[in-house]
Ligand binder design. Structure first.
Ligand SMILES: [Zn+2]
Length: 269
């Protein structure tokens, strides 16, 4: 599943090709991909408007027309990329939008990905928490918000209304970095470790973005590489292998219904 770094990588790649341009047509192969709008809405509210900005908010790719935004969520298997052909004959292409001489293609094997059309960011901002790579995710913020909540830390980190965009891989990696057990209760974690956790979250996400993400595979036609952050992982997918810090064997268990990896020796409750 694409996580924050992958979505950021896709966003930056798509941005290069569509800034300052206008969408001229829409073709839909899979109706449900348009979540809250119709072909008619596209004609009246998207077609012919200039793309003023493209950015990521949580795991949404936002195409901003001012006024009006398209928000795209890739979900499990969505791929968003530019192509010189419409690719409509391809089995898993859900939609394509013509933009200048190119096509913005949405390809999605599992079909959970969605496009939303909103007036502005208010609806999304209301349900999404702080951005982990923004200034708002400060030491003061995390100390205050961890103290005021009594939740298992792993599931709190995955809660999009708390901090948004930390997926399963990065939650495990950040907890390992801060030496915090995934079942620790948020308001009982010592201040020193909370600050280390914040540092870990920023570090693993930034580093993964630098590497183009962990799981990304040729999302756009101009990608000549695949994300290779997988090479930097310390616990995720490392069950049975020795911890690089203390040599104890990494354990895999389930927390909040998600596969969770941790070191039983250096991540104590
Ligand atoms: Zn260890």
């Amino acid at each position: 599943m694409p996580e924050l770094p992958e979505v950021e990588t896709v966003t930056q790649s798509v941005k290069k090709h569509i800034m300052g341009k206008c969408f001229s047509s829409l073709d839909v192969n899979w109706k449900k991909v348009l979540d809250n709008f119709t072909f008619y809405d596209f004609q009246t509210s998207v077609k012919g408007r200039v793309v003023k900005n493209v950015y990521r908010r949580a795991k949404y790719i936002i195409i901003d027309f001012e006024p009006g935004i398209l928000a795209i969520h890739l979900r499990m298997t969505g791929k968003l990329y530019l192509s010189q052909r419409s690719n409509l004959e391809k089995k898993h292409v859900s939609l394509c939008m013509k933009i200048d001489d190119n096509f913005l293609i949405f390809e999605d094997v599992r079909k959970f990905g969605r496009f939303y059309l909103y007036k502005d960011m208010n609806i999304l901002n209301k349900k999404l928490g702080v951005e982990p790579l923004d200034e708002g995710f400060s030491e003061k913020w995390i100390l205050k918000n961890m103290k005021s909540k009594k939740r298992q830390i792993k599931s709190l980190l995955l809660d999009q209304s708390f901090v948004c965009g930390i997926g399963n891989i990065y939650a495990d990696e950040a907890l390992w970095y801060a030496e915090i057990h995934p079942l620790s209760i948020s308001n009982q974690i010592p201040k020193r470790k909370v600050l280390k956790l914040r540092e870990g979250i920023i570090k693993v996400l930034s580093k993964s973005i630098e590497h183009g993400g962990t799981t990304i595979r040729d999302y756009t036609y101009d990608f000549s590489y695949v994300g290779n952050y997988a090479l930097e992982l310390n616990v995720f997918g490392k069950q049975g292998l020795p911890c690089v810090r203390c040599k104890a064997r990494i354990i895999k268990t389930k927390v909040a219904q998600r596969g969770t990896h941790y070191c039983p020796k250096c991540q104590k409750v």
